[in-house]
Design a protein around this ligand. Structure first.
Ligand code: X8Z
Ligand code: ZN
Length: 660
């Protein structure tokens, strides 16, 4: 996704452009005074002055580049893409001088803040470009094109007047709601046709970023990605294995339960794929990363309480529409369409106000007025956009730190998944607002998993009681059945995600280090899907497909380990905020909604941004310095017991197809 920190990463990566050129170019290319880094005596003061100059220039040139990216994501066409790619290229050329100039300060004494800023300058890249300017232009063009092609992707069927084209939203809707085996298969396969043409671009993209990473001294781009965690890249990889080991037993239990239910629903032959794998098109989600839409199939106690948030949100939309229609009883056909859009926009804003209210209840500020004016809430009907949700900081606070322009870009629909995604995106936005006072190079998450975990921590605070208090659920009397329902609802969103959060970058790390070759892209993808998630396609997916490209973050080049880490971290943050709020009793019962003390501690953490190693930031909030899955297990303890009972007598587990 292209939120601000991705852009920073992308931009700084391209700063490697002229590493080999002479140092005078650096001063010229940054447009600065002739304070040539090579000639400077690298004392404390000069390094600090250098970092200050980079920070000032960075903030000054940033808005133009971000504006071009915003335009190309909210108005996809050849012109906006050309401008976005060019803006990137120009911006990166400016940044290039900074990285090169920073070399002069290597190993010299400097303040800890300057040392960290220079470290971040060199490490915070998702897209390291080669030094050849032609290749930089090629890279920014390919990157813009891949994302645009994904955003505009459609699956068309029929000919002539009978031709129907469906976008990702419409195809996702089929998986969410239809329980017709073939309709789901068609929607799933249809979406996976859009990425076939992206394959050749991706192959070239990998060559280019690897070249860039190697010039910078990394083994490959994957190693560079793993280097942004205040620990050795190999240690980070081992850390993800350790964390997965902690939560995998819970995933295995959920997998077993889901399979039993699917077989009951679709029959023993269609409800699973040979080896005990879950059929990819039946999980309610294009990538099987969130099984929440399968509530109708997987609800433990369908009659206990009501957590039908989809129904409540749709009712809200219907109410908005009815009220608008009542004001305009004789609307023409064209006006009727406008009314529907007006109702959708109103519902989307109401959902966002709900999310804002949670943050404000913790003592955080209201969103700035400009947020409401400039955000993309719903899908425009007259043009292609990248619907994948993202949060943007357009100005980094502006020159005075107070000219804030933060936005979200979504295609909101009235359903539960989108509702919680709004809370997720506002987590990014509140992080921006909290750290806008920091120097630009520290305006980032403690690590990228922190950025992803902020809003999700709030989502964990959306207990049935909270949902009832905002009129979206009838929690009723709490008992064992409603507890298991609530736990299952959370597990279908969070636990089902974990192996997916891990496997995407297992695939990309392999692609970058060459152990996965282009001619095995798809096979390796499905091998990893089978190994980690225990899912499989219903029919063979040969190399004519490029299934990884059907997931936004691959053509969008957003590293994904951040989401896996976030799913661990958010339970740790949640537990700490519950402690701060004085919660006693089982963890899963806690909502810190409205608690100022929890809010104060959270805000303090957000305000630190990337100014210190994440371990320190984590210690300040949680008291510990390690990521740890035990809070996940503590939270889901009742569900774990319940799943064990349900799975009794079943033979759980799955057999990944033999590696060929
Ligand atoms: O991409 C996102 C956010 C934007 S950072 C909507 N997420 C991942 C995904 O959709 O694949 C949030 C959860 C995982
Ligand atoms: Zn996010």
């Amino acid at each position: 996704m292209i939120h601000r920190n991705t852009l920073l990463a992308l931009a700084i990566g391209t700063g490697l452009l002229t590493l080999a050129a002479c140092s005078r170019d650096a001063a010229e290319s940054t447009g600065s005074t002739p304070d040539s880094p090579a000639a400077a005596t690298a004392t404390d003061a000069s390094a600090d002055a250098f970092v200050k100059r980079v920070n000032d220039e960075y903030k000054a040139i940033y808005p133009e580049q971000t504006a071009a990216q915003w335009l190309s994501s909210t108005y996809i066409n050849d012109d906006s893409q050309l401008l976005a790619a060019k803006a990137n290229e120009m911006y990166l050329t400016r940044l290039n001088g900074w990285i090169k100039a920073a070399k002069a300060y290597e190993g010299k004494p400097m303040s800890p803040d300057s040392a960290r800023a220079i470290l971040l300058l060199k490490l915070a890249t998702a897209m390291p470009p080669p030094s050849d300017p032609k290749k930089v232009a090629e890279l920014t063009k390919i990157a813009t094109k891949m994302e645009g092609d994904y955003g505009a992707g459609k699956y068309c069927t029929g000919e002539g007047p009978a031709k129907v084209c469906r976008d990702i939203g419409q195809l996702s809707e089929v998986l969410a709601s239809s329980r017709d085996y073939d309709a789901q298969l068609d929607a799933w396969q249809g979406w996976h046709t859009i990425s076939q043409p992206i394959r050749k671009d991706y192959v070239r993209f990998v060559e280019l970023v690897n070249e860039g990473a190697r010039e910078m001294g990394f083994a490959d781009a994957g190693e560079m990605w793993r280097s942004g965690y205040d620990m050795a890249p190999a240690a980070l990889a081992a850390e993800t294995d350790r964390l997965w080991g902690q939560v995998k037993p819970l995933y295995d239990d959920l997998h077993c339960y889901a399979r039993t239910r699917l077989k009951a629903k679709y029959g023993a032959d269609k409800g699973e794929v040979a080896g005990g794998l879950l059929p990819a098109h039946l999980m309610g989600n294009l990538w099987q990363q969130d099984w929440g839409n399968l509530w109708d199939v997987l609800a433990p106690y369908p009659k206990a309480g009501s957590l039908d948030i989809n129904g409540a949100l749709m009712a809200q939309q219907a109410k908005n529409l009815a009220e608008l229609r009542a004001k305009k009883p004789n609307a023409s056909a064209a006006e009727a369409i406008e009314l529907e859009r007006e109702a959708s926009l109103l519902t989307a804003k109401q959902m966002t106000q709900r999310a804002e209210d949670f943050y404000v209840s913790l003592g955080m500020p209201k969103l700035p007025e400009s947020y409401w004016k400039k955000t993309q809430f719903i899908q425009p009907r007259d043009r292609d956009v990248v619907c994948h949700a993202s949060a943007w900081d357009m100005t980094m606070g502006g020159p005075d730190g107070k000219t804030q322009d933060v936005r979200t870009k979504m295609c909101i629909k009235p359903n539960e998944e989108e509702f919680t995604t709004i809370y997720h995106e506002l987590g990014h936005v509140y992080y921006y607002l909290a750290y806008n006072h920091q120097p630009p190079l520290f305006q980032n998450g403690a690590h990228d998993g922190f950025h992803e975990a902020i809003g999700d921590t709030i989502v964990l605070g959306m207990t049935p009681k909270y949902l009832e208090s905002i009129g979206l659920a009838k929690a009723g009397e709490q008992n064992q059945e409603t507890l298991i329902n609530a736990q299952m609802r959370m597990a279908l969103a969070k636990i089902s995600f974990m192996p997916f959060g891990l496997m995407i970058d297992r695939w990309r790390w392999g692609v970058f280090d060459g152990s996965i070759k282009p001619e095995q892209y798809n096979k390796a993808w499905w091998d990893l899907k089978a190994k980690y998630q225990g899912v499989a396609p219903a029919s063979p997916r040969g190399e004519e497909f490029f299934d990884p490209g059907a997931k936004y973050h691959v053509p969008g080049n957003t590293p994904y380990t951040r989401y896996f880490l976030s799913h661990i971290l958010q339970f740790q943050f949640y537990k700490s905020l519950c402690d701060a709020a004085g919660h006693t009793g089982p963890l899963y019962e806690c909502s810190f909604y409205g608690n100022q003390e929890a809010g104060k501690r959270y805000w303090a953490m957000l305000g630190k941004g990337a100014s210190q190693p994440w371990q320190k930031t984590m210690k300040e909030l949680t008291g510990g310095e390690k990521m740890d899955g035990t809070a996940v297990l503590e939270y889901f303890a009742p569900l774990r017991t319940w799943l064990k009972q349900q799975n009794e007598g079943q033979s759980c587990g799955w057999q990944a197809p033999a590696k060929g």
